[in-house]
Write a protein that binds this ligand. Structure first.
Ligand SMILES: [Fe+2]
Length: 103
């Protein structure tokens, strides 16, 4: 998800300042999650819930982005198919995290 945030940030038109900042913030937050995960046992320390909450936020960002790109309301070089693809990957990751919570 961090890489998604980074490349979304890079593919937005420079005029999309707010979206660029939001994508950058997701990259920073996922970077923090990765640093925390490397220091501790993810499941024992509630990392799954934190990752799930962060991924639901980026999923919503991607869903809004995909809709905006399709409606030509967002200036970028992101193809609608790519926007849909990264949205699906966020939903897939959410499913994996939810499955992990049960185990
Ligand atoms: Fe992919």
């Amino acid at each position: 998800m961090m890489e998604h945030a980074l490349f979304i940030r890079g593919l937005l038109d420079p005029t999309e300042d707010t979206l660029i900042q939001t994508a950058n913030q997701f990259a920073v937050e996922y970077g923090e999650l990765l640093r925390k995960a490397r220091k501790q046992d993810c499941r024992a320390m509630g990392m799954t819930e934190e990752a799930l909450a962060e991924t639901m936020k980026i999923r919503d960002f991607k869903a809004a982005g995909a809709k905006g790109i399709l409606k030509c309301e967002i200036a970028s070089i992101i193809l609608p198919l790519l926007a849909d693809h990264v949205l699906r990957e966020a939903n897939h990751y959410i499913r994996l995290l939810e499955t992990g919570k049960e185990g």
